[in-house]
Ligand binder design. Structure first.
Ligand SMILES: C[S@@+](CC[C@H](N)C(=O)[O-])C[C@H]1O[C@@H](n2cnc3c(N)ncnc32)[C@H](O)[C@@H]1O
Length: 173
């Protein structure tokens, strides 16, 4: 699953990549393995213990402590206002519709034209209101939303949405 999520990371050039919800770092490592030497990897995590863990174990990753709904401000604090790819391992089905929209607005505010966003989702949770709303929110935010096949080897089985062409730079700032 980590490999599928990180496919949006450009493998050449000097891309800026943002990871939302790095947790203990399994997706972080897949992104780092794909990122070219000139790239920049920023990770936004809301759990301070995980932030401490990531900073200690993955010093090359710029781990930012905060909420993904404050993405623009967090990135601004390290001099970043445009990113080439966003990898999301957030628990979308547990995040309310308003906050989902806030996070997606923040992503739309920084993703470059031609950039890509990947997001993890769980088929077993697809009937939860949060999951159904999230799929609709992606469709409203991006011109192209592709749902990948179920990755059965993941526990629990999961899918990756890959999104391109932000329909609007929705953020008002
Ligand atoms: C499903 S876990 C990620 C799993 C991760 N790939 C790993 O290897 O551990 C989701 C992560 O998102 C973080 N998270 C949840 N809501 C968040 C938010 N609003 N902003 C930033 N991080 C958030 C959680 O603290 C958690 O670490």
């Amino acid at each position: 699953m980590a490999a599928e999520l990180s496919m949006v990371v450009p493998s050449t050039g000097s891309p800026v990549v943002v990871e939302l919800g790095p947790g203990t770092g399994s997706v972080t490592d897949a992104i780092a393995a794909r990122l070219p030497a000139g790239g920049r990897h920023l990770a936004v995590e809301v759990d301070i213990d995980l932030v401490t863990h990531l900073r200690r174990t993955r010093p090359r990753v710029e781990t930012l402590y905060g909420d993904a709904s404050n993405l623009v401000v967090l990135l601004d604090s390290v001099g970043v206002d445009r990113v080439d790819a966003v990898v999301c391992a957030l628990p979308w089905s547990l995040i309310g519709a308003t906050k989902q929209r806030e996070i997606l607005d923040q992503i739309a505010g920084v993703i470059v034209p031609g950039g890509a966003v990947s997001a993890l989702a769980y088929p077993h949770a697809q009937w939860l209101p949060g999951a159904r709303g999230f799929r609709g929110a992606l469709g409203g935010m991006f011109d192209e939303v592709v749902r990948g096949p179920v990755v059965w080897r993941n526990a629990p089985p999961a899918v990756v949405y890959t999104c391109r062409r932000s329909a609007s730079r929705a953020l008002s700032r």
